[in-house]
Write a protein that binds this ligand. Structure first.
Ligand SMILES: [Fe+2]
Length: 234
């Protein structure tokens, strides 16, 4: 594998959300889906943005078309710059590009997972519900912790993620202030965007109302599908 293919493989695995977790049913092996440097394309919204409960079409469309698509555009640009790197490129330039690559890749990946897990009716269902109860002790404890984590990020920026750790075989709630923090090797199952751009247009600074609206639109069928796929890969 040459350098271009290597970079494409890493970035492709980060951004291509569904494809990245594709599993060969016959062999039970992960199927890599490399993307050439600069070749990422924004995924369309997986639902009709006019039909969400309590989140306006204007907010959701702006979030998708500007913040998410902007991250994909910037990721592509950084990858093309990284593709020009040689052994003679100053280390500080490479370090800066790698930092930006991680920021934009995580932003793109988490935004895709965020939009994917919206468009539902918010009613918990599926095997993941049982797993959350096993992990956090009681049926509602995980939600209490997620809401508290989200509230702690209100007025600023960050993500709340429930991730499966294949290193420790457990579910972990992760609260981050930026795009480039993540649980090592964690597979995001539940993704909540707490950047102000995700809610200010509709709710101003009232982020608690946004968190309620997010839960009301949570798509448990998607969450459960992720859980089943992550368990197989793990
Ligand atoms: Fe966002």
């Amino acid at each position: 594998m040459n350098r271009r293919q290597s970079i494409g493989t890493i970035a492709g695995a980060v951004v291509a959300t569904v494809a990245a977790t594709r599993v060969s049913a016959a062999k039970g092996e992960l199927a890599l889906t490399p993307v050439a440097p600069g070749g990422h394309k924004p995924a369309p919204l997986p639902f009709n943005p006019a039909k969400l409960q309590g989140l306006s079409e204007k907010l959701v469309t702006s979030h998708h078309d500007n913040n998410y698509a902007g991250a994909v555009k910037n990721l592509n640009a950084v990858e093309l710059e990284l593709d020009k790197v040689t052994k003679d490129t100053p280390g500080f330039q490479v370090a800066a590009l790698r930092e930006r690559e991680l920021t934009f890749a995580n932003s793109a990946y988490l935004h895709e997972r965020y939009f994917e897990n919206l468009g539902g009716d918010g009613k918990p269902s599926g095997e993941l519900v049982k797993a959350l109860t096993t992990q956090f002790g009681t049926a509602g404890r995980w939600e209490e912790l997620v809401r508290a984590t989200a509230m702690s990020l209100g007025g600023g920026s960050g993500w709340v993620v429930i991730a499966l750790s294949p290193l420790t075989n457990d579910l972990r709630i992760v609260g981050t202030g930026g795009h480039s923090q993540a649980l090592a090797a964690g597979t995001p199952l539940f993704v909540l965007d707490m950047f102000e751009h995700a809610y200010a247009l509709d709710f101003g600074a009232a982020h608690a109302k946004y968190i309620d609206a997010f839960f009301a639109n949570l798509n448990w069928a998607v969450l459960d599908k992720r859980w089943q796929a992550a368990r197989k890969v793990a």
